[in-house]
Design a protein around this ligand. Sequence first.
Ligand code: NAP
Length: 219
Amino acid sequence: MVLNENATVFSPETYTDNQSSTLPVAAFVNWFSLVEYGNIKAGDKVLVQGTGGVSIFAIQIASALGAEVIVTSSSDEKLEKAKELGASKVINYKTHPDWEKEVQKLTNGKGVEHIVEVVGGSSIAKSIEALAFQVHIYVVGFLENMEAEVNLFSLLAKQARIQGINVGHHRAFEDFTKALDQINIDPVIDTVYSFDQAKEAYEHQMKGAFGKIVIDFNK
Ligand SMILES: NC(=O)c1ccc[n+]([C@@H]2O[C@H](COP(=O)([O-])OP(=O)(O)OC[C@H]3O[C@@H](n4cnc5c(N)ncnc54)[C@H](OP(=O)(O)O)[C@@H]3O)[C@@H](O)[C@H]2O)c1
């Protein structure tokens, strides 16, 4: 394949090709949110929603940068895995549908400084309630609904910033790949398939995975 050099970045030197293949989009969107827009600092609190592809990287990146990570999930088993990846507090959003109240309890009423929003829809109003003052919600996805009703009073009372995020730009991706040689993040790869097994790989993807599915052309 011939590509313009502006369309490529170097892989982290310490990563294998399979690890590097996981980085564009789901991983990088978190770096762009938390670092470029959020100026994340050690000790900040970050709320991560669910344990999908974006969110697993959100846990790993935020905790590698010294943040305290709170994760929601529908599954206690996945919440245990989230703890192994660096989450310090967890909430099952099926047993606690008012998860924003749990976030406030877990942060002694202070709220979190960053929310990587992948759910959208009715979750946005809850996310505003889970925030600290003058901080960020990064709208990365809308798994529930593309439309959201926002109480403008809650928004102004919190002086919240709701930031739309569409992956990120070239310079920030280069910063990210360089940083990965310094911070300790091992991308979660659920299964590696060969190209001959591509159909199984996509079927696996469709039924859901914990982490990335990789198709390795050299396998
Ligand atoms: N803006 C961008 O640049 C960008 C980049 C990448 C992805 N995206 C978008 O980001 C979203 C997430 O992508 P993904 O690849 O991470 O998706 P995914 O892997 O399909 O995420 C699925 C997980 O999301 C969680 N989830 C679903 N509904 C939920 C709800 N109502 N409340 C809390 N968690 C819920 C569940 O976690 P549990 O099983 O733990 O409950 C589910 O397993 C998608 O909308 C995608 O299009 C945007």
